[in-house]
Each structure stands twice: as structure tokens, then as C-alpha cells.
Design a binder for this molecule. Structure first.
Ligand SMILES: Nc1ncnc2c1ncn2[C@@H]1O[C@H](COP(=O)(O)OP(=O)(O)OP(=O)(O)O)[C@@H](O)[C@H]1O
Ligand SMILES: [Mg+2]
Length: 380
């Protein structure tokens, strides 16, 4: 059984959309899936999947000490997909006490399924991080905006800090140093992880070895959502590089998804997008992710994962270009059927021209700077 936590630093970047549609796609591919809505206080998986409001869920399980997690699983009309609904009565996962969190984690690990997908709330709360770490390969979702990518990076920084703190024995000098850091939120934000690791290695080589072993198997997956053009992929590559350089994390690319207004219509029709329009580029992107995940679970079993993370990000560029071409085709179809008026299209093209103009100017400026720099270089 594979646990697939889906997290993000910033809210509203498409975790629930991905969690529910990937679960559906995995189910359609014959995998037995249980999707758990762990965005307590703001759970909405039943809406995204168009299910009736449930009368049991995580809240029922947490309220009854003797309940088994199996008892709150709900069947759905979808192939191979069962759901554990969240709870809007519980004020957020952050407020669950450690013993309850551990009971929930134990319950999840015992579930009988091929994939258990966890839709987590946004942010870096302690409990969210622990659910994310229930797997070596959780998914971090981000959009290409600066706040979203920055928050994805900060989320992973918090995750690394959590891995570090669990690697050193309690009351050891290294652990006491970490405790002091933890109590000072501001310095934790500014913390430069490579420097901290250097210090900890000196103070406690054994604990450091522990940490390295844990980090070796930790390969989170990055999903880039709400793309507008192929260039947006660079934002994903940037996170990947920063994570490698500053956090020592090897991220892998899971997939890219364009912003698609069809999702709004699907949501209003209370249908998940891959059910509403399975052939749309957005749906195909989700199927592609599900395929990768299935392949991965095979590879992990035989311990033969040889794709390098660099390679996986080159795939990202290719996917973004292919999907972009697909979206142009979709627009042509919309024009043909009259769903999109010539006026709408003209407006879009005008805005894009404006943006292209801006980019051209920037490009020209950079080129002339480069030329100047190289001429100065030659004259030396
Ligand atoms: N690729 C996309 N194209 C168009 N709309 C999208 C896309 N991805 C997500 N959305 C829309 O953006 C909104 C936020 O998505 P979603 O609820 O899945 O995000 P979330 O990360 O789960 O948010 P929260 O942090 O609040 O739980 C929804 O209205 C969803 O339909
Ligand atoms: Mg959500």
C-alpha cells in the first residue's frame, strides 16, 4: 500500500482538485484507492467529487477511542474509489493532539488499499508535516506565482527541519540546540540549513548519520498547477534547484497542469474534471500523473528507480510544450463551435501581445548588457 499525501505551502493551488482527480484516475486504472480528506475545518472533497454530504468521517473516528478507521470509510459510485470524509466541525488538523494524530496515522497504515491519498490543508503546521512524512514521496503542489513557490519552498524547509529534529537523540547537545532554535520562530525562518547541518555533524556524528539515511530516501514530488504558458515551468525548476542547494532535497517532477476555465464549469456541474471532460488537456495531464505514480510504485518495489531528478524536470518542459499545443487546438475547436467568440479571442491576443512586447524589450536590454559585458571582457 502506498500513502500519497498532497500538500502545499499556499492555499488554493489545487490540492483538492489533484487529490480527488488523481484518486479517480488511479481507481480507473484498477488500483484500489482510499481518499482521505484531512483538510479538517475546511474539508471539501465531497463537493469536488460531487458526493452527498456524509454522516460519518474523521470526526467520528476521533471522537470514539475504540473506533476503527475502516468503520468511517464510505463507498462511492466511482470505480475502486472509497472516501473518508473530513470534518468541518473540527477546527483544523493543527488542533489534533499528538496521541490522536498517532492513532490516525496507525489507522491509515493499516488500511487495505493500493493507494491511500491524503488531501492535506495548506500550510506548515506540525501535524500536516507529519502526515506529509507518512510517505517518502509526498506531493507538493504549487502554482507559478512567487508567493506560491516561496511557500512551497518554506513548507519543504519546515519538513527538513522536522526530519533533522527526529534524527538526534533527545537531550543530546545537538537536540538541545535544535530545541532552542524551535522556540524562536524568527531565527527558524532565517535559518541556513547547510550551516546548521555542519554544526550538528560536528556535535553529534551518529545523529547526523541517522539524518543522512532518512534524507536519502526522501524524494518529494512537485506538481505545478495553474500554468498559463510553457515558460512557467521555469518556476518549478527554480524550486527544484533551491531545494537541492539549500535543503539538500532531491525533488522529482510529477507533472504540469494548465489553468483551464473548464474546471469551473465542471465544479458547478458537481463533476470531477476527468469525468466531465476526460479528453481535455487538463484531464489528460492528470491521467499522466496517475500513470507515473503507478509506474513508480512498481519501480519502488524492485528498488530500481534510476531516473535522475534533472531528467524528470526536462520532461516537465516537454510536457508543458505538448500541452500548450493541445490547448491551442482546444481553442480552435471552441472557435469552430462558437463557444468562444472572435471578440473574446481578440481580447486575449491583445493582452498576450502586450506581454510579448514587454518580454521583447527585456530581452533586448539583457542582450545589450551581455554584449557590453563581453566587449569589456575582450578589452581586458
Ligand atoms: N488547473 C486549474 N484550472 C482551473 N481552475 C483550477 C485549476 N486548479 C485548481 N483550480 C480551481 O482553483 C480553486 C482552488 O483549487 P483547490 O480547492 O483544489 O485548491 P486547494 O489547494 O485544495 O485549496 P485549499 O488550500 O483551500 O484547500 C478551485 O476553485 C479549483 O476549481
Ligand atoms: Mg483543498
Amino acid at each position: 500500500m502506498r500513502i500519497l499525501p498532497i500538500a502545499s505551502g499556499k492555499g488554493g493551488v489545487g490540492k483538492s482538485l489533484l487529490a480527488s482527480n488523481i484518486s479517480l484516475a488511479l481507481g480507473q486504472a484498477g488500483q484500489r484507492v482510499i481518499l482521505i480528506d484531512l483538510d479538517l475545518g475546511a474539508s471539501n472533497i465531497h463537493q469536488v467529487l460531487g458526493l452527498a454530504r456524509a454522516n460519518k468521517g474523521i470526526g467520528t473516528f476521533l471522537a470514539d477511542k475504540n473506533a476503527e478507521l475502516e468503520s468511517v470509510i464510505m463507498d462511492t459510485e466511482y470505480e475502486n474509489l472509497r472516501v473518508i470524509p473530513g470534518d468541518t466541525e473540527i477546527p483544523g488538523l493543527a488542533n489534533i493532539q499528538t496521541p490522536q494524530k498517532n492513532r490516525l496515522l496507525r489507522g491509515i497504515r493499516k488500511l487495505d488499499a493500493d493507494f491511500v491519498v491524503l488531501d492535506l490543508g495548506a500550510g506548515s503546521s506540525f501535524n500536516t508535516i507529519d502526515f506529509f512524512l507518512a510517505s517518502h514521496q509526498g506531493v507538493v503542489v504549487t502554482s507559478p506565482t512567487l508567493t506560491s513557490t516561496l511557500n512551497a519552498y518554506l513548507f519543504l524547509k519546515n519538513v527538513i527541519f522536522r526530519i533533522i529534529t527526529t534524527s538526534f537523540t533527545k537531550k543530546s547537545p545537538a537536540s538541545l540546540h535544535l530545541e532552542a532554535l524551535k522556540s524562536d520562530g524568527a531565527s527558524l525562518q532565517r535559518l541556513y540549513i547547510p550551516k546548521l547541518l555542519e554544526k550538528l555533524k560536528k556535535a553529534d556524528p551518529k545523529g547526523y548519520e541517522n539524518f543522512e539515511k532518512k534524507l536519502e530516501t526522501f524524494k518529494p514530488l512537485l506538481a505545478l498547477n495553474l500554468l498559463d504558458n510553457p515558460k512557467d515551468v521555469e518556476k518549478g525548476e527554480k524550486i527544484q534547484r533551491s531545494c537541492k542547494e539549500y535543503l539538500g532535497i532531491d525533488m522529482e517532477h510529477l507533472g504540469v497542469i494548465y489553468r483551464d476555465s473548464m474546471q469551473d464549469i465542471a465544479l458547478r456541474s458537481r463533476l470531477p474534471i476527468i469525468r466531465y471532460k476526460p479528453m481535455a488537456v487538463i484531464s489528460q495531464a492528470i491521467y499522466r500523473m496517475a500513470d507515473k505514480l503507478i509506474q513508480k510504485s512498481d519501480i519502488d518495489d524492485s528498488g530500481l528507480d534510476i531516473t535522475s531528478t534533472e531528467e524528470s524536470f526536462q520532461t516537465a518542459e516537454l510536457e508543458a510544450e505538448v500541452d500548450f499545443a493541445g490547448r491551442l487546438e482546444e481553442i480552435q475547436n471552441l472557435l469552430r463551435t462558437g463557444a468562444l467568440s472572435q471578440g473574446d479571442l481578440l481580447e486575449t491576443i491583445k493582452t498576450q501581445h502586450y506581454e510579448i512586447d514587454g518580454l521583447r524589450k527585456e530581452n533586448f536590454l539583457l542582450k545589450s548588457k551581455l554584449l557590453k559585458a563581453s566587449q569589456e571582457g575582450f578589452s581586458i
